[in-house]
Design a protein. Structure first.
Length: 287
């Protein structure tokens, strides 16, 4: 069976376009949901913990402290950095408004470090801070308790929110794809019924429409995958930290899910719609 006519072509293109938009939205929400732990781990490992040193500590002693702190199991070794008070003042002075030259340098030499995401907890933070506080030359250790609690609370809210939104998008995707396919096949309802009347088997009648549905699903998937991949590639290249966040195996798994989702929904919708017209009387097709 051949599908001809500008109206038919337009309806097929609309089906492809609508399905592509839905697949892009579902795919992006799935990726965000599946990468939420990676995002949180990156945030955990970027929370700076400050070690303020005594005024009497020289640079050699400070470097020694850096090496000692870097050896702790829970600490990210590459994150441990010694910051002289003059450098700390320059950094803070740039972020302050107005002239700060008259107030002097209120900062002391300090060491900054981060905790590994796999070890990140309030207990670990306190334990490491207490150990460092006992080292010679250390005056005080500062870390944000409130920030830790906020990460935990926000993680739960974001994960739940994304899960709910993803379910809504899946339901909307099924409805939109079904209605789009229904619109595409509406013009063929008389042809479907005519083939049944002249003795064509149901499987023979469904076959070209199933092929058409498969074609729509594949085209929609390829377009959606191209858009999503382009977005991820741009984020990978231009957004700081995204190379640590994006898991390409997860991306591939999402693409696989999207392909089968598009194929199953489109084909099953087509079969259901063709069956609807097959089981109707000729007079009901005018309704």
């Amino acid at each position: 069976m051949k599908f001809r006519g500008s109206t038919k072509k337009a309806s097929i293109n609309y089906a492809v376009f609508s399905s592509t938009i839905v697949l892009i939205l579902v795919g992006l929400f799935l990726l965000l949901f599946l990468h939420i732990n990676s995002i949180t781990n990156i945030l955990k490992e970027r929370i700076n913990i400050l070690v303020e040193l005594n005024s009497s500590v020289d640079k050699a002693t400070a470097i020694g402290l850096v090496k000692t702190i870097a050896k702790y199991e829970s600490v990210l070794p590459e994150s441990v950095v010694y910051i002289p008070k003059d450098e700390a003042y320059k950094v803070m002075d740039q972020s302050m408004r107005g002239d700060t030259s008259g107030i002097g340098n209120p900062f002391k030499d300090m060491i900054v470090y981060n905790i590994k995401s796999t070890h990140y907890s309030e207990e670990t933070l306190k334990s490491v801070a207490d150990k460092i506080a006992t080292l010679a030359g250390v005056k005080e250790v500062f870390y944000e308790n409130v920030l830790i609690d906020n990460i935990k609370a926000n993680l739960k809210k974001i994960s739940f929110g994304i899960f709910i939104v993803s379910i809504i998008f899946v339901v909307l995707a099924i409805i939109i794809i079904y209605n789009t396919v229904n619109l595409s096949l509406y013009a063929d309802r008389f042809e479907i019924k005519t083939m049944e009347i002249i003795g064509a088997r149901d499987g023979f009648i469904r076959q070209p429409y199933i092929k058409l549905a498969g074609n729509i699903a594949i085209r929609s998937f390829l377009l959606a995958a191209t858009v999503i991949f382009s977005i991820l590639l741009a984020a990978w290249q231009y957004l700081d930290g995204m190379k640590d966040v994006i898991n390409w195996f997860t991306v591939g798994s999402v693409f696989l899910v999207l392909f089968f989702f598009a194929l199953i929904i489109t084909v099953s919708s087509t079969i259901r719609i063709v069956n609807k017209y097959l089981f109707k009387e000729m007079g009901q097709l005018y309704e």
